[in-house]
Design a protein around this ligand. Sequence first.
Ligand code: AMP
Ligand code: ZN
Length: 466
Amino acid sequence: MMKIFNTQTRKKEEFVPIEEGKVRMYVCGPTVYNFIHIGNARPMIVFDTVRRYFEYKGYEVNYVSNFTDVDDKIIKKANEEGVTAAEIAARYTNACIEDMKGMNVMPATKHPKATEEIDEMIKLISILIDKGYAYEKNGTVFYRTRRFKDYGKLSGKNLDDLEAGSRIAVDDEKEDPMDFVLWKPKKEGEPFWESPWSEGRPGWHIECSAMSNKYLGKQIDIHAGGEDLIFPHHENEIAQSEAANGVEFSRYWMHNGFLNINNHKMSKSAGNFFTVKDIAEKYPLQVLRFFMLSAHYRSPLNFSDDLMEAAANSLDRICTAVFNLKHLEEAAADKDLTDDDKEYLHKLVEFIGKFEDAMDDDFNTADAISVIFEIVKLANQTLNSDSTKLLVTETRELIIKLCGVLGIICEKEEEILDEDIEKMIEERQQARKDRNFARADEIRDELLAKGIQLEDTREGVRWKRV
Ligand code: AMP
Ligand code: ZN
């Protein structure tokens, strides 16, 4: 039985999907005005791991994660650089996708972009106006927060308390200080879209409600993001979606804890701010992934050089074990299983159970990683070149498989490279077919620079390391 800590109830609850064997999940994605920082990387890695574990358990996961590609910060950056907001958004969306690849974060089933879903948002806002949950004033549309009786159910906040701490600004057009914007008119030089209310753009919260609705339906299993999104973003999403659709929006709400640097809040002005690209200069991004998963996703996570070094060493221990097992596998012989062998294999099965218990318990990746280390330890202690081959094979495959559930690649580079080489050879073949000989030669030279020599034979292309 899988248990998930649901932010809304503050309890671990058994996971029961809306539709058997399927998971519909939505993860709030980044605002693309800069390279993503390592804080942004945490939800990406954590919820990608959640997705992978569901898939390992046999669920079909429909995973949607947006890019917020229109926003004040994007517009500000565009003005600073003298380029369009679309250009900024495209640049950092592509950079983010590249970082995700490096961290082995699987592409979502769908990555909707806010600017491509404006019609959907307009539709949703219109429904909210028709139902009396929203109103328009001089081209701005506001959500009538008090009208939604369940407001505050996710964050546990109370509207009266919130209201006591806020004021209506003099020039405010809101009926109530707690009302929030669904649509705002353009200002000079800003990107805009036509709408029934004004030429303008949507508020941030309506984006996720609209995209989740479009790609996952009125009700979803899991909605996730960093804990800073609980209020107001997710609270407002609930207000919008539930008022419009009349059904519970998300069955489970998951939030990751924050990442701090040397026990301080990450901040550009304090000079303790790292992008994923900064980290990639020092470590393979696999190490960053491993580091993030070494803690429980709901705990705060402290980032420091020492801790990253430790993560690099730990990951290396697993990779080395897998590498050694591969060589041992070549040396080991097929034999009939002894009683000791059977007991060893039985232990491996027990480890799978322990791994699953850890992951079933609200995705306890820290404990799951400990189980992988226990397997490594057992293998190091037990296996040698006299071992029965089956044991070596099973151990190696199991470590790779369990690491894979966490999205961690533990095979040494040599093996991964082979795949890359094959891909480049394929690309070269295609270039030749297209009579693009310059590109074909370029690929041959690139490979040679990496120590790979190609040989064209009648059977096809062969390659060897030189
Ligand atoms: P943003 O682009 O600010 O909307 O953030 C994208 C995602 O990153 C959201 O889910 C945030 O909650 C999350 N996030 C931002 N900063 C951190 C941090 N320091 N630690 C963990 N998650 C973060
Ligand atoms: Zn969102």
